[in-house]
Design a protein. Structure first.
Length: 253
């Protein structure tokens, strides 16, 4: 059975950076495992962080199913949608990637979303890990598009506003019907004294800090050059920090 890991947080806090480095660590630390990455953030850029080319998002493909003329004559709608979903999967030797994408227009996605949930459940069973880069609103989790969460990391930057936003994400999580087995807070872009300064704000969130990721000049350099964060070297400050976080969380236990 796959272990489901979700990463949540508002835009700009380093959520996708952490997700990319989490996936990098999985591939490097536990060779031979199978990993499905799901980019559920409407502002999808996990593919770029991983160095993968995404040609279509799930929302784009599901939009096509709303046009009856797009479905080949004689093909059931369910089969057509499942075929389109399979087309959206980016497959590599290390990581497979599904990109949800944002809303494409008005109308109900209830039926396609139900099929999408079943599709992710079915293919999820083929992997050791399913890692979800979620949006701050947790829409796909609240709709149970993602079936369950074994580990959730809530990411904040090193600001009081960021920590307060993480607290609001925590409130959303507590209101979900889907159970979250383990919940952790990560603070990014830290420097000396940051965690002490934010200690009172962090305590108010009710979240337990599992680690912080210092501001890494290499991450800035790679982002400016458009280089995949997946290719960061082993001795990068951020890579070492993520390794420590995953070891503390016991992800591979």
């Amino acid at each position: 059975m796959a272990k489901y890991i979700a990463v949540a947080g508002k835009g700009g806090v380093g959520k996708t950076t952490f997700t990319a480095l989490l996936l990098r660590q999985m591939v490097h630390q536990k060779r031979g495992i199978s990993v499905l990455a799901v980019d559920a953030d409407p502002n999808a850029n996990l593919g770029e962080a991983l160095g993968l080319t995404v040609t279509a998002t799930i929302s784009e493909l599901l939009e096509q199913t709303k046009d009856p003329k797009a479905i080949p004559e004689g093909m059931p709608k369910q089969i057509f949608i499942e075929y389109k979903l399979q087309q959206s999967l980016v497959e590599t030797k290390d990581i497979d990637l599904l990109v949800m994408g944002g809303p494409q227009g008005a109308g109900c996605y209830c039926y396609p979303n139900d099929l999408l949930r079943k599709y992710i459940e079915n293919i999820g069973d083929n992997y050791d890990f399913v890692v979800v880069d979620s949006e701050a609103g947790l829409e796909h989790i609240s709709r149970r598009t993602i079936p369950r969460i074994d580990e959730m990391f809530v990411v904040s930057d090193s600001s009081a506003r960021g920590i307060r936003s993480a607290g609001r994400v925590h409130e959303l999580i507590r209101g979900l019907k889907s159970a979250v087995s383990n919940l952790h807070l990560i603070v990014t872009k830290t420097s000396e004294g940051t965690m002490e300064s934010l200690s009172e704000e962090i305590e108010r969130t009710g979240l337990s800090v599992i680690g912080d990721i210092p501001l890494d000049p290499l991450v800035v350099e790679y982002d400016l050059a458009g280089k995949p964060l997946f290719d960061l070297p082993e001795d990068a400050v951020s890579v070492k920090a993520v390794e420590s976080i995953l070891n503390r969380a016991g992800i591979f236990n």
